[in-house]
Design a protein around this ligand. Structure first.
Ligand SMILES: NC(=O)c1ccc[n+]([C@@H]2O[C@H](COP(=O)([O-])OP(=O)(O)OC[C@H]3O[C@@H](n4cnc5c(N)ncnc54)[C@H](OP(=O)(O)O)[C@@H]3O)[C@@H](O)[C@H]2O)c1
Length: 273
């Protein structure tokens, strides 16, 4: 069986990938306690001591607004950390998969497929794009967008955040003049399974099959979970963006390469939560 060493295995996405694919691959989770990716000596030591075929690099500094104030830390983890693990894996001559984000795009002229040149707006996105540049043409880069899943107490995704606010009868302001592309994490896992068996050092978008405004997304959530739609109020992208990291406004992400796994629409994904 193929052996996959994985960082970020305790995170929102990594933990689900392992849950769903543990009988298809041998996963070798590497926790931050075993290997802090910012510690080059530790990274070299650990990676040279394990036996693996693929390295899946999910670990990252993922707080988009936090990165604007913790720039050094975000760079250290997302750029230096990626460099450390990538160079250590290269020494072992093993295949590398880097996980990136739709936030590398500026969201100005949608849609965005794999061939469009990134133009990151936020500091988080800049660090993720720097990571892409480190591995480009030598590793597989998989970009994800607004991932959501069933229960995961350690970290709320946007679907569970909205759901929990509405359940508490809190009013929610949701952006009407923007576009997001939500992605069911189980689909990411199954798409990833295919890509491991068909590895090429290219960019792939593993993203949901439809895009909608955050306002429409919240409405879809209320209808799926039978929550109170009247609690959702519209807000403009400009108003929402005050005191926040810049995000792509029209993040309609598509894939010109995914002819191997049918990703679900937002409605289809929600129906499985
Ligand atoms: N979530 C999203 O909306 C989203 C969207 C697009 C792309 N992505 C990308 O997908 C990947 C996974 O995201 P996620 O949401 O699953 O992340 P997450 O839940 O925030 O988990 C991040 C993981 O990184 C580990 N980590 C952080 N700093 C580390 C360090 N210095 N050394 C070793 N491990 C470290 C964390 O370990 P501990 O838990 O032990 O601290 C955790 O396992 C990231 O690369 C992210 O950029 C995420």
């Amino acid at each position: 069986m193929i052996k996959i060493a994985i960082t970020g295995s305790s995170g929102l996405i990594g933990s689900r990938v392992i849950e769903l694919l543990h009988d298809k691959f041998i996963f070798i989770p590497i926790s931050i306690e075993q290997m802090d990716i910012t510690n080059k000596d530790q990274v070299d030591k650990i990676i040279s001591s394990i036996d693996f075929d693929f390295f899946l690099h999910l670990a990252g500094y993922t707080n988009v607004d936090g990165a604007e104030v913790n720039k050094k830390l975000a760079w250290k983890i997302n750029v230096d950390g990626t460099y450390n693990v990538f160079t250590a894996v290269q020494k072992q001559r093993k295949k590398f998969v880097y996980i990136s984000t739709d936030f590398v795009f500026d969201g100005k002229v949608p849609p965005f497929n794999e061939n469009i040149l990134p133009n990151p707006l936020s500091y988080y996105a800049k660090t993720k794009y720097e990571g892409e540049k480190i591995v480009k043409d030598q590793a597989m880069i998989i970009r994800l967008s607004y991932p959501y899943r069933k229960e995961f107490p350690d970290k709320l995704d946007f679907v569970r955040s909205i759901k929990s606010m509405l359940k508490k009868n809190k009013t929610l302001t949701m952006v009407k003049d923007a576009i997001i592309t939500p992605t069911f994490i189980d689909d990411i896992a199954y798409g990833f399974e295919y890509l491991i068996h068909h590895f090429t050092p290219e960019i792939y978008h593993l993203i949901g099959s439809d895009s909608l405004s955050p306002f429409q997304a919240a409405q879809t959530i209320t209808s799926n979970f039978r929550l109170n739609e009247n609690l959702i109020k519209p807000i403009s992208f400009l108003e929402y963006s005050i005191n926040k990291a810049m995000r792509p406004q029209y993040s309609k992400i598509i894939s010109s390469k995914n002819n191997f796994y049918r990703m679900k629409s937002f409605k289809e994904g929600l129906a499985l939560l």
